[in-house]
Design a protein around this ligand. Sequence first.
Ligand SMILES: Cc1cc2nc3c(=O)[nH]c(=O)nc-3n(C[C@H](O)[C@H](O)[C@H](O)COP(=O)(O)OP(=O)(O)OC[C@H]3O[C@@H](n4cnc5c(N)ncnc54)[C@H](O)[C@@H]3O)c2cc1C
Length: 382
Amino acid sequence: MEFALSEDQRMFRNMFRDFAAKEIAPRAEEIDHEETLPQDILNKAVNQGFLGATLPEKYFGAELDGVSYAMLIEALAGACVSVALTVATHVSLVAMSILEHGTDAQKDEWLESMAAGEVIGAFALTEPDAGSDGQAIATRAMPEGEEVILDGVKVWVGNGEIAGLFLVFARGPEGIDAYLIPRDTPGLTVGYREPTLGLRSMTFNTVYLEGCRVPSANRLGGAGEGWTVAQRALDRFAVAVAAAGLGVAADAIDVAAQFATERVQFGVPIAKKQAIQNYIAEAHVEVEALRYLVYRTAWLADQNRDFSTEASVAKVFGARVARNVTNRMVQVMGGYGFMEDYPMARKYRDARMLGLVGGPTELHAVRVAQHIFAQRDLEIAP
Ligand SMILES: Cc1cc2nc3c(=O)[nH]c(=O)nc-3n(C[C@H](O)[C@H](O)[C@H](O)COP(=O)(O)OP(=O)(O)OC[C@H]3O[C@@H](n4cnc5c(N)ncnc54)[C@H](O)[C@@H]3O)c2cc1C
């Protein structure tokens, strides 16, 4: 593996950081408190090509490699994790699923408009009684002639409020199927928006499917292949979530280190106190370890190598580092770290979600254990 970034990757990284610093960071508190993602921010992201980040140029995508895409999510999350995960949900969970499993007709129908941000994607797997155990979904997909009728309830659907296209998982005659369902399909209703501890400018909604009729041609992948579609998407998303953890943790250190040089107590900047130095140095050590884990996992995917265990490793570690680092940076900032007028409180709340969204830490740890014990011919069930 080459550890140095290519010239293109360095150029992209600078561009992403610049965009995040100029266009998102100054408004991050405002959009968090107003619990909204303004269209103009999304438009600016579209103009930079972020909504089609890893899609081929053929579909007007930016065709970024995986490492550059990880750096995009990292930079966006440094400014605002909600924006980063809005983009990652759209790109990693939905657009890339269509690219990987879609027919030519499905790709032609959706990918250009997704890259242009005209259609935002949402991923609807979780149900009230099927969280970690995604294969326990009760939503039904009943074939009727050339159509399929879907009935069920999906919860916590990220991007629910702004999505134009839902990737919905349902139980069909041959197992779990995946369906592409446009928002305006009769029988699909976007309902309750959940108030959340963090990620407040991203929306999470209940989605109802009541006699929702779509052409059979809307199925993504073969009959009964929906679980594979979901797993592949969640592997990609796990790397993006780990990259978001890297971004929020690294930026938290920046903010806290700056604060520590300016905040004077006992006649000196608190940065001169060893307790504060230790908090910051330890945090930096963890962030640098995470950085190489994230980039390496993205690089593995770029080499078309299997990266599913590594994705879980990165997700577990990324969520942990983000939570631990933001927690300590709140401490460095003292009471200011707790006040909602300063960015650290938001970063801390947002970081807390990374161990849940995209599958909880415990389930990713089970996947790592499955990999270890498979080498010893021992099967581990979740
Ligand atoms: C902010 C947020 C955004 C989300 N966005 C989406 C989305 O866009 N689309 C979507 O489909 N879903 C989404 N989800 C759902 C998310 O993926 C699920 O929350 C997750 O899969 C866990 O389900 P659960 O919360 O119901 O927890 P549960 O499954 O009820 O688990 C509760 C606890 O038990 C643990 N546990 C469960 N089973 C095991 C086991 N076998 N071994 C060890 N521990 C176990 C879990 O790790 C967890 O700690 C989102 C969730 C959140 C919080």
